[in-house]
Write a protein that binds this ligand. Structure first.
Ligand SMILES: *Cc1c(COP(=O)(O)O)cnc(C)c1O
Length: 478
């Protein structure tokens, strides 16, 4: 399996190349050259299988020769055997034909673990075979940093440095990073804001000398391997709810699911699109945004226009633009890289671009979009708690609000099963949950001692020279 860039001017690469490169050299994102197909028989053969077994069947064709079948099987079994729930992504019923898919049973309690746990092992495997070591550097406002650290900890082939704003992340979020004892993990508390941290990381990546010297790499959400790992749970949900083709007395029938996905960078929902392209019967993919609603606005009129970021109680979806959306645009524009390059140039110069009416119409056959403001998010958290005693985190609540709106308006009729993705554990966002429900959510037992574990971090000034020197001193690139 080879991969092509959405902007059409970068070399095609195998899976291992795409994994290490992240972004393509022409600024585009890598997508598979063709979509592997799973037939009705393939889906039928997956019924009753474990998450790891489904994961192997779904991901194998994308990986190709880049990882040996044995090594791949070993890492997938290992990763998904260690989640806090044997189903990995269990479904919880919330209404007559409504389910929440809990994606937060990984080590850091957010759905990013599903992909980043595997990503760390993939990096390790590919790098070891090439006898290389890399340095991973990232900035975090909370969520991604801990998931990246947990994915990379103890892996010989990489050192990981995470910059976060000193004194500006929650206790739980900081401790999820700083209590990891492995020697290849480095938490840098920067005396500045999250934007300062991001700017420092960007400067480092733009520093040609440092970049080469350190073998810099990133694990951000545009990495294809992250998307890949997320395709799996769309398939397991469909199998669990009988949404793959089944024989009945009256012939074949298909029960198509709708998925509602709390969205920021469009990575998670794009994985649902990939599942659909592989042959999974999907009725609708619904984008759910908070007040940062560039995608919801796009689906109204076909114009994609940047706006400032507004802080919300669902901070992991506070984005100005949605990077992975470029991958869907590429498909909508019939894989014409020149059109995508023009769009991205326009976005740079005019802060906007627009697609033609027929493209928007085609997108709307599969996609829906809705948004929730802060009041609506809190209201649905309160309502769910009153109905069933269940606490949901503010990101998942954005999804639940949109799902309920679409039920009410008839966009999602009662007979269509709706699966809303729960992207974080309520205990990850205790303040918002307590505000909505009056109860402070408890950490799961395996993290109950988090607040007592020993912390390890280095405070550094908001100064590029100091950050660079620190990383160069502690990294071990080859
Ligand atoms: C990252 C994140 C999201 C957004 O996911 P995308 O793939 O960027 O759309 C939603 N919820 C939580 C809790 C997250 O951490």
């Amino acid at each position: 399996m080879n991969y092509v860039s959405t902007r059409g001017r970068a070399p095609t690469l195998p899976f291992s190349g795409v994994l290490l490169a992240g972004l393509a050299s022409d600024g585009g994102l890598y997508v598979p050259e063709t979509w592997p197909q799973l037939t009705a028989n393939d889906f039928a053969a997956l019924e009753g299988k474990s998450y790891a077994e489904v994961a192997l069947a779904v991901m194998r064709p994308f990986v190709g020769e880049s990882v040996s079948p044995k090594a791949f099987e070993h890492m997938v079994t290992d990763v998904y055997g260690k989640f806090g729930h044997p189903a990995v992504a269990p479904l919880r019923q919330t209404g007559p034909n409504d389910w929440l898919m809990e994606l937060f049973h990984g080590p850091t309690l957010a759905f990013k673990d599903v992909a980043l746990q595997l990503l760390g092992r993939l990096f390790d495997d590919v790098l070891k075979r090439e006898n290389r070591r890399i340095t991973i550097v990232g900035a975090t406002s909370g969520d991604t940093g801990s998931a990246a650290i947990e994915g990379c900890r103890g892996r010989d082939a990489m050192d990981v440095f995470i910059l976060y704003p000193h004194g500006r992340v929650s206790d739980v979020q900081r401790r999820q990073m700083t209590t990891v004892a492995d020697a290849n993990v480095h938490c840098l508390a920067v005396e500045g804001t999250f934007d300062d941290c991001q700017a420092l990381v960007k400067s480092l990546f733009n520093d040609v000398e440092a970049r080469a010297k350190l073998n810099l790499s990133a694990v951000n959400s545009i990495n294809w391997a992250r998307v890949l790992a997320q395709i799996v749970y769309y398939v397991t949900a469909a199998i669990a709810l009988g949404a793959t083709q089944t024989k009945t007395l009256r012939g074949m029938r298909q029960r198509r699911l709708a998925f509602v996905v709390p969205t920021g960078n469009f990575g998670d929902i794009y994985a649902g699109y990939a599942a659909h392209r592989m042959g999974l019967p999907v009725e609708k993919l619904v984008i759910a945004t908070n007040r940062n609603d560039i995608l919801t606005r796009f689906f109204k009129g076909g114009e994609y226009r940047m706006a400032g970021v507004e802080p919300t109680i669902s901070p992991s979806m506070d984005i100005q633009i949605s990077s992975n959306f470029e991958r869907l645009l590429f498909e909508l524009e019939e894989r014409d890289g020149a059109v995508i390059s023009q769009f991205m140039d326009d976005l740079g110069t005019r802060k906007a671009f627009a697609v033609k009416a027929d493209r928007l119409k085609a997108a709307k056959l599969l996609f829906g979009a809705g948004r929730a403001d802060e009041g609506e998010t809190l209201a649905v958290m309160r309502a769910v708690y009153a109905e069933s005693g269940m606490q949901v985190d503010p990101h998942s609540a954005v999804g639940l609000h949109v799902a309920r709106m679409m039920r009410r308006s008839g966009v999602l009729p009662a007979e269509v099963p709706v699966v809303t993705l729960a992207t974080a554990h309520p205990a990850k966002f205790p303040d918002a949950v307590e505000k909505a429900t009056g109860q402070r959510p408890a950490l799961p037992a395996r993290l109950a001692d988090l607040l007592d574990r020993k912390e390890r971090f280095t405070v550094l000034p908001n100064d590029f020279g100091a950050i660079r020197a620190h990383i160069e001193k502690h990294a071990r690139p080859v």
